[in-house]
Write a protein that binds this ligand. Structure first.
Ligand SMILES: C[S@@+](CC[C@H](N)C(=O)[O-])C[C@H]1O[C@@H](n2cnc3c(N)ncnc32)[C@H](O)[C@@H]1O
Length: 290
């Protein structure tokens, strides 16, 4: 029988990042020296801290629609600043991210992903091939590169890739292969060419955009993506799939079980832990070992 276990994935404490508090649909976080107040729909409980603490945030994001909004009171925050992740477990895993408040409510890093960076570094061997799809500013790519992997980083948006290149250089790394393309198109080509990877990491958004601004809805392509990923991964390889799109971990497991019936899977919620210990679920995660 195959093993399956549902858990909460929580990153170790970071020096440069902290979830200070959450509640009333918002989260209060420190990114290095700056404290930001951002919307967080799953924080359905009351705030734990006194409101005066929240009022001291250096900037806050004001939503004006589902995918729209603006930052306010940003006078104290520079246009760009730096955040470092220093692994408590692997000396070579030291990543640097340039942060900025340009794109919607995101600042250039998903701190809860640190647990995946640790997992990747634990699992990957020097020279292994890792494919990072929907790769954003590259946390998983940088982690794999720091462990000596051969990394292919795919994102549909050129500016996001340029941003990741900055992060790579800041982190003292080089040699990541950049692909500005729709992940689905790239996967289809890789399957045709017979190219294989020891590891595939993917974080498909609910709504994606291709390089020509074409709209892309996850529901329509999820099954195909899963089949294509299973086709490019080596028989002894591993897959990390994360999603912020509301698909529960159990659904992820059932979906993958159809194409990889014998693989070992661990799925659960990817969480942030607040300074007072409370947990905030940010999305679903599945790790698959073939
Ligand atoms: C939720 S972010 C991924 C975050 C990532 N897991 C991390 O830890 O940094 C989704 C990314 O997918 C990219 N994207 C959207 N549609 C895409 C598509 N069709 N093909 C490739 N990348 C796409 C976006 O540009 C964005 O960078």
């Amino acid at each position: 029988m195959t093993s399956h276990k549902s858990i909460r994935f929580i990153s170790d404490t970071w020096e440069d990042y902290a979830l200070i508090d959450s509640g009333d649909g918002s989260k209060l976080e420190r990114f290095n020296q700056y404290v930001l107040d951002r919307p967080e729909p799953v924080a359905v409980w009351p705030k734990g801290l006194n409101l005066s603490k929240w009022d001291k945030a250096d900037a806050s994001f004001e939503p004006t629609g589902k995918m729209k909004g603006y930052w306010q009171n940003i006078a104290n925050v520079p246009e760009k600043w730096m955040l470092e992740y220093r692994s408590p477990n692997h000396e070579s895993l030291k990543l640097k991210f340039q942060l900025e408040m340009k794109r919607f409510k995101h600042v250039g890093v998903f701190p809860e992903q640190a647990t995946n960076w640790e997992y990747i570094v634990r699992k990957i061997n020097e020279g292994d091939r890792l494919l990072n799809l929907f790769a954003y500013t590259g946390g998983a790519s940088l982690a794999a590169k720091s462990a000596g992997a051969d990394v292919t980083h795919v994102d549909a948006i050129r500016q996001v890739i340029d941003w990741t290149r900055v992060n790579m250089e800041l982190s003292g790394l080089d040699g990541i292969r950049w692909v500005v393309e729709d992940a689905l198109k790239f996967l289809k080509r890789e399957v045709k060419r017979g190219n294989k990877y020891n590891a595939v990491v993917l974080d498909p958004p609910t709504w994606g955009l291709g390089p020509k601004n074409e709209k892309w809805k996850l529901d329509h392509y999820l099954e195909e993506i899963v089949e294509l990923v299973a086709a490019v991964v080596e028989p002894e390889g591993f897959i990390v799939m994360n999603t912020y799109s509301g698909i529960p971990p159990t659904s992820l497991e059932t979906l993958w079980r159809r194409v990889l019936p014998k693989a070992n899977m661990v799925s659960g919620e990817l969480c942030l832990q607040g300074s007072d210990g409370h947990l905030l679920s940010t999305g679903s995660l599945i790790r698959i070992e073939l």
